[in-house]
Design a protein around this ligand. Sequence first.
Ligand SMILES: CC(C)(COP(=O)(O)OP(=O)(O)OC[C@H]1O[C@@H](n2cnc3c(N)ncnc32)[C@H](O)[C@@H]1OP(=O)(O)O)[C@@H](O)C(=O)NCCC(=O)NCCS
Length: 341
Amino acid sequence: MSLKFKNPRAKFDFQGRTCSITGVGSYVPEKVLTNADLEKMVDTTDEWITTRTGIKERRISAKEEFTSDMAAKAAQRAMKMAGVTAAQIDLIIIATITPDMPFPATACFVQQKIGAKRAAAFDLEAACSGFIYGLEIGQQFIMSRTHDTVLVIGAEKLSAITDWKDRNTCVLFGDGAGAAVLQNRENSHGLLTAVMGADGSKANLLFMPGGGSRCPATKDSVDARQHFLHMSGKETFKNAVQAMCSAAQEVLRRCEVDITRIKCVIPHQANRRIIDAVGERLGATPEQMFINVDRYGNTSAASVAIALDEAVASGKIQRGDLVLLVVFGAGLTWGAAVIEW
Ligand SMILES: CC(C)(COP(=O)(O)OP(=O)(O)OC[C@H]1O[C@@H](n2cnc3c(N)ncnc32)[C@H](O)[C@@H]1OP(=O)(O)O)[C@@H](O)C(=O)NCCC(=O)NCCS
């Protein structure tokens, strides 16, 4: 049977295995924070937030609910779908900018919480692009036959680094986690290709200045609100659209498919206007675009992972469909991937 797309990895003398997502899962906290709630906290309106961002509500984790708790719950759901036990997991990669603490890695806490005693565990930091970075890194271990089962998780408690007095940013973000189990599955191409990119010259557009070696926590740093995220909204917006479009076009080109062949586009859920602009430039129809930013806001590394899980659960993606993931985040970083689901 002739292939309906090109597998870019086939150009190499490819002795490895293909890597598929055999299970997905997600978790969002119970507490809903609506735009009406925010109207009582800062000088904003539901109308402003809705027209500028498309966000209606977001989830906020409980005081004693940490990134690792949400990650573990999402992971367990993904493992159930994949039919894998904790003992089978070889490696846990967690993409997050809100680890439980600077060290040890949140992945180590998750390893304990899910009982994956054999698994190696580390965190990766690529902000909102982290889940695609994680998929691309994770698949290397499957393709090379180093590992059989890799867990990739995007998890964030952004409410912990959000300045609830800054209306420019506090309306945008939310908490949650999404997970994927990576394994070889026979007769499936799985993750066909991925692009990862970065531009450190624009690190100043979206960042949290405090808490690292450059600006350790002091009373002054706390008073100066250095331990919250800071953002230049307009510049970030422009860069997001441009980088997401070129990353998406690159992976489509590599697979020799045009956008009409993609069943579902899952963009980073930062802002409805960014999603619409990216969809329009790629020539995707509204039906192809998966959108849940209205319900969760921007959950950074968790965003596309949660969306992928919801797209699969809703039946929008069936086995054999081509799926396009495309992300953008602080760094700046960006990424895109084509998956044969
Ligand atoms: C943040 C963002 C929604 C702002 O939208 P925008 O169209 O650039 O903003 P506008 O220029 O229309 O409005 C800015 C004005 O609204 C005000 N404003 C900002 N937040 C507001 C809020 N929550 N409610 C009411 N007014 C607000 C600003 O103070 C500013 O007022 P001024 O002109 O008097 O100074 C938009 O820039 C954005 O989405 N950027 C990308 C953010 C993002 O996705 N980051 C994560 C990437 S991973």
